[in-house]
Design a protein around this ligand. Structure first.
Ligand code: SF4
Ligand code: SF4
Length: 173
């Protein structure tokens, strides 16, 4: 995949997302979030339309955790590719499957980001080939679908990517 296209896939396009971080993530009351929120509980600041009612004031009202959070494109992948733009807000039965997919893609997209950084390194050809094979697996050219998601052994591919990233220490030493 073209690296510019990959960068697009890593963007947190909140307009194309069913506000998944605002419901799926648990927060503890802390200097970066002002109250406890359980996973699966919609944030009290989330409006029915999916917008954050305090978006412009997050940094000054104790929500630095929201400012600093980045899903690396997991939210749009789940909402747009897997659930065709549907939202748990209008179809509550989608909440659990959307959250479960979101947790998986949060981890996968974090690894895609690391692979993207690795693409800038002076890697030998064999490692470059392995890198591009991972990217093909984790970033299907024509996007994700529910079928592709179900067919992916995400735990196994995550473990392989982790090992591969660790192997770069020896290559680059
Ligand atoms: S999950 Fe990502 S794209 Fe969705 S609202 Fe949160 S930051 Fe934005
Ligand atoms: S404060 Fe806004 S951005 Fe943060 S979790 Fe709540 S609705 Fe989402």
């Amino acid at each position: 995949m073209d690296l510019n296209q990959l960068d697009e896939r890593l963007k947190a396009d909140c307009e194309a997302c069913a506000s998944l971080c605002c419901v799926a993530l648990a927060f503890d009351k802390s200097p970066v979030f002002p109250f406890d929120k359980a996973s699966g509980e919609a944030c009290r600041n989330l409006e029915d339309c999916g917008k954050c009612r305090i978006h412009a004031d997050l940094a000054t009202t104790g929500y630095m955790g929201c400012v600093q959070f980045h899903c690396n494109g997991a939210g749009p992948i789940v909402t747009r590719d897997l659930f065709s733009g549907s939202s748990w807000q209008t179809q509550p039965h989608l909440l659990r499957p959307m959250m479960e997919a979101f947790w998986v893609f949060l981890r996968l997209q974090e690894q895609v980001l690391l692979l993207r950084h690795a693409a800038n390194l002076p890697l030998p050809e064999s490692k470059q080939k392995e890198l591009h094979a991972f990217l093909e697996e984790l970033c299907p050219e024509d996007g994700w679908s529910w079928d592709k998601f179900e067919a992916l052994d995400h735990a196994r591919v995550s473990a392989r990517v982790k090992d591969w990233l660790a192997s770069l220490r020896d290559v680059l030493a």
